[in-house]
Design a protein around this ligand. Sequence first.
Ligand SMILES: *Cc1c(COP(=O)(O)O)cnc(C)c1O
Length: 417
Amino acid sequence: MLSNTTNAAKNVIRPIYLDFQATTPLDPRVLDTMMPFLTEQYGNPHSRTHTMGWEASEAVEDARAHIASVIHASPKDIVFTSGATESNNIAIKGAALQAERKGRKHIVTTHLEHKCVLESVRYLEARGFDVTYVPVDDQGIVDPNDLREILEKRPDTALVSVMAVNNEIGVIQDLEAIGTLCRKHGVVFHTDAAQGFGKIPLDVVRQHVDLMSISGHKIYGPKGVGALFVGRRPRIRLAPVISGGGQERGIRSGTVATPLAVGLGRAAELAEGEMDRDHRHISSLADKLWTGIQRRIPHVTLNGHPTKRYVGNLNVSFSYVEGESLIMGLHDVAVSSGSACTSASLEPSYVLHALGVPADQSHTSLRMGLGRFSTEDEVDFTLEHLAGTVGRLRELSPLYEMVQEGIDISQIKWASH
Ligand SMILES: *Cc1c(COP(=O)(O)O)cnc(C)c1O
């Protein structure tokens, strides 16, 4: 095979990991920081009566400070959770149930949100909340003017939840414009920043964010840990979703997982210190990948806004090639179709659907994610492999044959699954 003879092929470990939006590998420096807390330093950070407790507590507080620093928050604003799913649940349900006491029973969100946000909102809908989905344009961007109209019409709005960076297509929303509107209307603003934290500059003060969800395993930290920023200026009150001993300001009872919290703190510290370096590295590889794809493969489309996007996320449609077959064909490259949570089903991506991407185009899309540990050789190998696989699959496509022969196929509908 052609791909086995290239230089790049010799220098890469397979499978090549291009799925950094689903999860990231643990940075070895994070593991080093965690290790003592998985072994000899096992004190409970809530124990106040001995040095083992104090030392654990000190490590947790250091971690809290590193996380806060990335988003210009105060360490007191950071609550540890088990991940962004839990943070989103606590933020959305907690803020809505709190506002309900004041008669505010309206929530605004988008169709682009992660399933855990959409499902939390549906839970509230079943409890009598009204939900408005602010539209996105065909590049996946929320127009703040649409939000303004909604907020002016609905003074009973409890909460606006709009994600920072989308996990399927990488688009970045204008948090500052959205936050400014929310603040003006006295509405709590929550953002799911699992894909943005540590990767793009975020500032809860300038962007007027009240609640921000963070995940450890999207930033080279461990799985099973996350954080929720809960603003104190203005003071955000949350009805507790988890009842217990009152740890973490009563917002998230339960013993803080010291090794995981320490790992998240170290990952945040590294992300902050290396944000520029990571960005340069990842954007140069992503440019190479995308220009290489366009040069070698005809009929490709980049989904989502071309520039208002996180550079490490390329969602590309390869027309006339079924996405699932493409993924099977690319057995040496770990990529995803749409989002990892829904890729088991053959439903077209709801995110691409919200952008108005037709189902047949959506079925041909791949998400390719680059990260801190990606290399040029991996990109070269991927390009080679991708061009070969797309070419082979298109040779088998009667539709593509017609395109080659110049037949207008725009009236032909793809067979449904
Ligand atoms: C990964 C992800 C989540 C879920 O995070 P976990 O820490 O795995 O619970 C939520 N939202 C977005 C945008 C994500 O990318």
